[in-house]
Design a protein. Structure first.
Length: 717
């Protein structure tokens, strides 16, 4: 080619680049993709129906046919559309089509624990094959094709499908029709904001890639969008001076806005949903329905599964620990604000579980029964088939319940429940062995078979702070209030032997960090009782190892422990995913924190360590963690039932709610009324009052009830 002609061609290519048309979209005005394109100044032309489209589109234009009536109704694809598109050389994206040429008509299916997996290089280097994405509440059409770009599959992994796809069923999610310029999505991928698809940066890449395939001349400089459920503050946004006070108020308001408090107008639903089967999961109560006052109890929290509309179902169980912890947080909130609504809720919740619920009644009030004094796990009787928990006694659940009730009673300045609290302390002590360890779980039939003396005298060990540590803290406090040496001696013995075998012999539950976090409270209170160099060294060792994983944001990164010592370990295969409780991470180094099992208890433990020792090491770590928790609290106008909550998982690298959702029931997006919401708000309230938990509950007088109840339960020991 002559040089002059080549120069002319180059100049013409700059003067007359490839023509870009507006993207055609058949959709309603509120479609997530359409709204995102408009807000990012991406040229788009919206149509109400295909009749308008075929008369308007020019040759070479791109068209997206979106599923307005998802998931109930699919998109009907007519042969003439495809013929016209081929004649006009249109590039098409069609989602959720009920019929396609040469494909058998498909029926709508709903995904379970499957996640999206990238299976081609269509999305470029930033979203490579085996990357995992979430398509929450995914309804799909099971077309069978070769070489899809994205599939649904049951896969293990945090970011990547670590075991590949060879041994798991795959369902095409996005593919290109053979010998055509048509992309097909078997679900509604354009539902990415409403359905809270995650992680957000992956969905930016997915949509930019699709749009630029549809129109190669399209220049997309931004594709920004905000999830309807997001953190209250960004990673580096300046915080208001009263941010902790605001966070406390939001966290307490969440209990009412979520309709976790059962109201008489819909209490009949409790028996229906709580007893419906092995898992008590059902829709949440609408926010336009009345919220209870606590006198009928409290639901457990939101299940991790997210529906296609961004809502979440609720776990319809009344649990002793959750009731007590929220009662404690309401009581402490009342102490901060003076709001009588919070006072009433604290009283009603506490009085319900202590005097009226099945969790505290029955055999638990019979002085001749070995379960006397204990509290049951939840209130659904065992005669409901497949349900587990009514006659189950976890020491940890009883311990956190004791602490929650003590906080409520101290805030309300009442001694109404003191004797029942003492009975629970003694009921747990008499089922604790000489070394200070208790079986992680006791079942009532076993108690009735063996009697309490069997457990009181049985040598047993359980180096599992998740199950044991908070009872030791309760025993230390009980010794402080009664002077009864057995409380002190058994707690000290267990703590000492547990520290002697740390870390190699510890049994970790969902991760090693949660075990360290749980040890902080008894170690802090042991320093209160006996301030020795050894006890301070134990506390510093555990806190130091925990905080070695504290990120500059304040987050405490999760970590799993040594192989062979875990109870619930990361999935070892794709088939193992979602079958049991599990960590949020697949391997150490995944940048996520756990607000159900670790961060919440670390917050309390660091607060008590700082106040009990006066050491700035703990205080500074607590300050960082407090600010982090305020930043990541849920902000949502789209879902007021979630506003003010804290989800279990937070990816502090991406700054969004993301993790492996392998845990059966309590996965990445769950929020527990007690464990998470209760303790975070309690510590925020204590910080507002500039006091410790130890000091706040010191007003409760156990001594006046002690002699009578000790003789009833432990004889002359």
């Amino acid at each position: 080619m002559k040089p002059l002609l080549l120069i002319l061609i180059v100049l013409l290519s700059f003067c007359f680049p490839g023509k870009t048309f507006p993207l055609g979209m058949v959709c309603q005005p509120d479609n997530d993709l359409y709204q995102t394109c408009v807000s990012n100044s991406i040229p788009v032309q919206r149509f109400d129906n295909m009749l308008q489209v075929m008369k308007t589109l020019e040759n070479g234009q791109a068209l997206l046919v979106l599923a307005d009536e998802y998931p109930q109704k699919t998109v009907t694809v007519k042969d003439e559309w495809l013929k016209t598109a081929e004649q006009k050389q249109l590039r098409l994206y069609i989602e959720y089509p009920e019929n396609l040429p040469s494909f058998k008509q498909a029926s709508i299916m709903e995904a379970g624990i499957e996640r999206g997996v990238i299976t081609s290089d269509f999305f470029g280097d930033s979203l490579q094959p085996m990357r995992i994405v979430m398509v929450h509440g995914c309804h799909y059409l099971p077309f069978q094709v070769e070489n899809p770009m994205m599939v649904l599959a049951r896969v293990a992994g945090f970011d990547r499908a670590v075991y590949g796809l060879e041994e798991t069923e795959t369902i095409p999610l996005l593919f290109k029709l053979e010998d055509s310029d048509v992309l097909v999505a078997t679900s509604k991928l354009s539902n990415f904001i409403t359905g809270r698809y995650a992680p957000s940066e992956a969905w930016r890449t997915i949509w930019i890639s699709i749009l630029q395939w549809l129109d190669p001349n399209l220049k997309i400089t931004s594709f920004d969008f905000q999830s309807g459920v997001r953190p209250e503050f960004t990673k580096k946004e300046p915080l208001p001076e009263d941010v902790e006070k605001q966070s406390l108020e939001m966290g307490i308001d969440w209990v009412y806005n979520s309709r976790m408090l059962i109201d008489s107008s819909w209490v009949y639903l409790y028996d229906k949903y709580a007893c419906q089967g092995k898992e008590p999961v059902a829709p949440a109560i609408s926010t336009d329905m009345p919220c209870g006052d606590g006198s009928l109890g409290l639901l457990e929290g939101f299940q991790s599964t997210i529906n296609y509309d961004g809502s979440q179902k609720v776990r319809w169980w009344r649990r002793f620990d959750c009731h007590a912890e929220i009662a404690g947080s309401m009581g402490l909130a009342y102490s901060v604000s003076g709001n009588t609504k919070h006072r009433q809720t604290a009283f009603q919740l506490t009085d319900y579980i202590m005097t009226r619920s099945l969790m505290s009644g029955g055999n638990r009030t019979d002085v001749n029964h070995p379960a006397f004094g204990l509290f049951g796990w939840h209130d659904v009787p065992n005669y409901y088939k497949d349900l587990d928990g009514y006659e189950v006694y976890y020491g940890d659940d009883n311990a956190r319940g004791i602490l929650g009730v003590l906080a409520a009673a101290a805030a309300l300045e009442t001694d109404k429940w003191d004797e029942r609290i003492l009975q629970c302390l003694l009921g747990n002590l008499r089922t604790t062995g000489p070394g200070g360890f208790r079986h992680n779980r006791l079942n009532e039939p076993d108690l009735e078979k063996h009697g309490w003396q069997y457990y009181f005298e049985q040598e047993t060990t359980s180096y599992a702070p998740h199950y044991q540590a908070y009872l030791w803290a309760c025993y230390l406090w009980a010794y402080h209030k009664t002077g009864y040496d057995l409380f002190l001696n058994r707690a000290k013995s267990a703590i000492k032997s547990t520290m002697e075998v740390y870390p190699g012999e510890w049994t970790w539950t969902n991760g090693m960090q949660q075990e360290r976090a749980r040890m902080l409270l008894p170690l802090s209170w042991l320093v209160r009782i006996e301030d020795t160099p050894e006890h301070r060294a134990w506390l510093k060792k555990i806190a130091g190892d925990l905080l070695a994983c504290q990120h500059e944001t304040g987050a405490i990164r999760e970590a799993i422990g040594e192989a062979g010592h875990g109870k619930y370990f990361p999935p070892v295969s794709n088939a193992h995913y979602g079958t049991t409780e599990a960590p949020l991470i697949q391997e150490n180094g995944d940048m996520v924190c756990d607000l159900l099992y670790t961060t919440n208890f670390a917050f309390l433990g660091l607060h008590e360590a700082a106040s009990g020792t006066g050491d700035d090491f703990y205080k500074q770590a607590e300050e960082r963690l407090a600010k982090f928790l305020c930043r990541i609290q849920v902000h949502s106008t789209a879902h007021p039932e979630l506003h003010g909550a804290w989800f279990r998982a937070f990816d502090f690298n991406r700054w969004e709610y993301w993790a492996s959702n392998a845990d059966a029931g309590w996965g990445a997006w769950c929020t527990e009324t007690g464990w998470t919401q209760g303790w975070i708000t309690m510590v925020l309230a204590l910080r507002q009052m500039d006091t410790s938990f130890w000091e706040f509950i010191d007003s409760q007088d156990m001594q006046k009830h002690f002699q009578k109840n000790k003789m009833l339960k432990l004889g002359n020991r």
